[in-house]
Design a protein around this ligand. Structure first.
Ligand code: ATP
Ligand code: MG
Length: 274
């Protein structure tokens, strides 16, 4: 599905490589990957377990060192060489991970989690009332009641509430890029659709670029402007959702597609059933 709001390239990678271990234990988790993400674009990275998706995401986020290649942000080589520069970069790029616990400091209650977002945004010195309003707004966006949750620890929330809280954080931070690493894996299909809706709404509101990392080809087909298919650390297919999924060129993609129900196939009204 292509959208008309996709803008210019502002985050890209060239020859990105990450090697773990050495000798017999050497794994090339990400191998010479190129990518280009545009403003407002929805990208899916699809691949089997162990294909290097999370490793790639962590390099882009600056949470994992790079063995080779380079990342460019807003036309310049990305510089996260100091804590201050890293903080600035993280105002622009945020993530939702498979395990929501990894996002939170477990000793922080919900209000402190949200307060941290205000600080990261440079709004740490707002008045108490203004802060409260900003947090309430964010919770409202994801259908959470701030008053009921503010005094709880993240581990006291349900899985769905925790996922919503992660999106409330994103609502407050308004990053230019959100990397969502299987964000919907631990919740039921109904909440999953709601969460996708919330993310897409956010993308429309603030022209956010969203990178979905998923095993779900059907999902990738329906929501993405661009799809990257990854196998053993290498991008083996890249194109619009239609190109990559309906007309794949690599054997790997064809095999991957063979394994899933064909829900991504468009209805063919020319075929009549008796
Ligand atoms: N810290 C690490 N040390 C050593 N090897 C690692 C490390 N992190 C990842 N790997 C290896 O790199 C490869 C890619 O892992 P990665 O987590 O990126 O895969 P993935 O595509 O995200 O898989 P999944 O779909 O299961 O989340 C795997 O072979 C994995 O064992
Ligand atoms: Mg992963």
């Amino acid at each position: 599905m292509t959208r008309n709001k996709v803008g210019e390239v502002f985050l890209s990678g060239k020859g990105l490589t990450r090697v773990f271990g050495s000798g017999d234990n050497k794994t090339i988790a990400v191998n010479n990957v190129d990518f280009e993400f545009r403003r407002g674009e929805i990208i899916s990275i699809v691949g089997e377990s162990g294909s290097g998706k999370t490793t790639l995401a962590k390099m882009v986020l600056g949470l994992l060192g790079i063995s080779g290649g380079e990342i460019f942000f807003e036309g310049k080589p990305r510089d996260i060489s100091s804590q201050a520069k890293r903080k600035l970069y993280w105002r622009n790029i945020q993530a939702i991970f498979q395990d929501p616990f990894s996002t939170y400091n477990i000793f922080n209650k919900v209000d402190a989690v949200l307060d941290d977002c205000l600080r990261l945004q440079g709004n740490g010195n707002l008045g108490k009332e203004e802060k409260f309003e900003a947090m309430k707004d964010a919770c409202k966006f994801v259908n959470l009641k701030f008053e009921e949750l503010s005094n709880k620890y993240p581990f006291e929330l349900s899985g769905g509430q925790m996922q919503r809280l992660m999106i409330a954080r994103i609502f407050m931070l308004k990053p230019k890029v959100l990397i969502a690493d299987e964000p919907t894996s631990m919740i039921d299909a109904c909440s999953r659709a709601t969460i996708l809706d919330m993310l897409l709404k956010l993308r429309d509101e603030i022209d956010m670029t969203i990178v979905f990392i998923t095993h779900d080809i059907g999902l990738a087909y329906y929501i993405s402007d661009t799809v990257y298919i990854m196998e053993h650390g290498v991008i083996v297919e890249r194109g619009t959702a239609d190109e990559a999924i309906l007309h794949p060129t690599s054997d790997y993609t064809k095999r991957l597609l063979g394994d899933v129900p064909k829900i991504y196939e468009p209805w063919d009204f020319t075929k009549t059933t008796a």
